[in-house]
Design a protein around this ligand. Structure first.
Ligand code: PEP
Length: 263
């Protein structure tokens, strides 16, 4: 049974001081969550503060990006070894903002995945279509291409524990989320792709939905069979909505566990 996973992508928000303050409040507000994995993804300069402030809690810390190289003349880059030593467990790879604003390609995603693997970081690999692609009925073809190129060359053993995130670009930061049916259709397709590439191991891989997840739409999205959690941007920047989404995931995870027991 796949455990729910709620991840907060803070993007270019929160200094180290703000991160420490948020983490302290989150720890106070955090409900017991046996069925939900939780992580936050601060900016690189706030990672150490997050790791320190969340030490001993059930909230993990990850980075928003990683260099594909391990060292050398790559100004501005941060390596997997640096992230690991800073206390990161996870890294987001191929977020649509990296693809659209910074020219990140599927080839770069592929190389960054190899870097995450070398350094024992759990990747969250983001894929998703633009509005023009959806309107042209190309959603599944785009997902297929991104997955084929991004995950090329990896084995089931290497991919064990990896997380995918379906993030329709038109739903990110727009307040316009995919319907639960749209999310399920895309995520079932992603699951099918993973099964083709990795076999039965893919049944254990989590697929998050991302795109304007809020407390009032989380429960319905998370009730879908192939929605195993959420990658949350805006609503992860304040403690109350983030905790409300964690609670929705915990309820969905509890129902999944009960259904599994009855099978
Ligand atoms: C994201 O940053 O991955 C995201 C989904 O953002 P938002 O929740 O703000 O749409």
């Amino acid at each position: 049974m796949r455990k729910m996973f709620i991840a907060g992508n803070w993007k270019l928000n929160k200094t180290a001081r703000e991160t420490a303050e948020f983490a302290a409040s989150l720890r106070r507000a955090l409900p017991p969550a046996a069925h939900t994995e939780i992580a936050v993804f601060p900016a690189h300069t706030s990672l150490a503060a997050a790791v320190e402030a969340l030490r001993g809690s059930s909230v993990g810390v990850g980075a928003q990006d990683v260099a594909w190289e391990d060292s050398g003349a790559f100004t501005g880059e941060v390596s997997g070894a640096m992230l690991k030593e800073a206390g990161c467990r996870y890294v987001i790879i191929g977020h649509s903002e990296r693809r659209q604003l910074f020219g990140e390609t599927d080839k770069a995603v592929n190389r960054k995945l190899a870097a995450a693997l070398r350094h024992g970081l759990t990747p969250i690999v983001c894929v998703g279509e633009t509005l023009a692609e959806r309107d042209a009925n190309r959603t599944l073809a785009v997902l297929d291409w991104q997955l084929k190129e991004g995950l090329k060359g990896f084995t089931a053993e290497q991919a064990a524990g990896w997380v995918l995130a379906y993030e329709p670009v038109w739903a990110i930061g727009t307040g316009r989320n995919a319907t639960p049916q749209q999310a399920q259709e895309a995520q079932a397709f992603i699951r099918g792709f993973l099964i083709k590439q990795f076999g039965q191991a893919a049944e254990a891989m989590r697929i998050q939905y991302g795109g304007s997840v809020k407390p009032d739409n989380a429960a319905e999205l998370l009730s879908q069979p192939d929605v195993d959690g959420a990658l949350v941007g805006g609503a992860s920047l304040e403690v109350a909505p983030f905790v409300a989404i964690i609670l929705a995931a915990e309820r969905a995870g509890t129902s999944r566990a009960a259904a599994a027991m009855n099978r």
